[in-house]
Design a protein around this ligand. Sequence first.
Ligand code: C2G
Length: 447
Amino acid sequence: MTKVITYGTFDLFHEGHYRLLQRAKALGDYLIVGVTTEKYDMERGKLNVVDSLPIRIENVKKTGFVDEVIVEESLGQKINDVQKYHIDIFTVGSDWVGLFDYMSDYCKVVYLDRTKNISSTMLREQNKRIQKIGIIGSGRIANRFVPESKLVSGVSAQAVYNPHKESAGRFAEKWEIDAYDDLNAFLRDVDVVYVASPHETHYEYIKASLEHGKHVLCEKPMTLKKARTEELFAYAKAHKLILFEGIKTAYCPGFEKLLGIACSGTIGNIRYIDACFTKLQKTTDRELSDREYGGSFTELGSYCLLPIMKLFGNAYEDVRFDVIHDGNGLDIFTRASFTFPRGIATATCGLGVKSEGRLLIAGTKGYIVVEAPWWKTTYFEVHYEDASQVEKYSERFLGDGLRYEIRDFLNMIGGNNKSDFKLTRGESVAMAGIMEKFLEQEKRGLV
Ligand code: C2G
């Protein structure tokens, strides 16, 4: 008798799960399925698991393919299970290719093709609970987005659009999703859209997506003009759609904790904020080769503006930009200096000059310091006049951190507006206004 084992969360049970179990059973005579506990899923960084363990087990059993269900509680359990149950074949979906090769010392390892399109008439009701997300753009950030989206229940990456057919094709093949070079066909086939194309294309893509009735999660900066961001938010509101700017820092648990402490009064009244983010980039990368829309401030400014807006508000009195340009006239280092009624702030970004990337929040009783990469906040310290008195805080930041914004975006689509305050529409509009002022100063003739 050939014994097969597979594992999974099997949340919001769908066609992909069904087909995986069907083919797993076909590999042998006896199929054991390990269903993860909530605690283990939390440990391995899955967010938003909706169904309880008994419901997930019930759904797995209902397929009729499974001979025995066990519970997976911890990392490292798989190797013990394979020996304990005398397993011949370990199988899992192809999203995991390579990652379970170590099991081949104990049994045969088979990766089964992931199911591209999880829609099915059989499971129509269930599918309503899963948002099929289409990705516009196929660059670095889009490549980080797909694996992160797999760690959030309730969303399934299904399609990519890029007017450059080959680029879309390569991306689709890598992530086992569908490629489109026809925007209307793409927008018809997905439920929600993630915009990860170059900055200057965001506005048109968001507009088209909203006009097709789709919720949109857009990479920062959402647009480079205040009026455009306002217009898009007004359209989304009028059509009851969610438009969400993805500045990942705003949604990560460490940054939330940091804001809570900064606002608690422990460092007194906040009077000065200094946020710096530098990332040396190759001159051939888009950020430094796109002379019209590249440069450090449009690329990194949103991160540095975020803590300033969150703590001082949107209503600055004045902003001044000091810029270092490269030979092509592109900003490789920019410092935006603000005055607010309550204090002053600097946002410093660099792609061609390296500096200590740190966030400092100074108050009348003490200061908070977060070292780089503060935009992925995991650890920060609170200091006082008495240098021996230091409070230390830490928080988890999993993977690339995009899973937190994906979770909050989904919750907002589901009608839960609890995350609204993390990045308000007013803050997004103000940031677009600052980008616009900067670009006006740079006089790069944007339309
Ligand atoms: N799957 C699939 N097609 C999809 C979605 C998922 O074939 N469109 C497969 C996955 O590759 C996995 C199984 O269905 O083999 C269960 O998927 P999940 O519930 O997402 O569980 P996962 O996080 O992949 O758990 O210990 C846990 C396991 O390592 C895998």
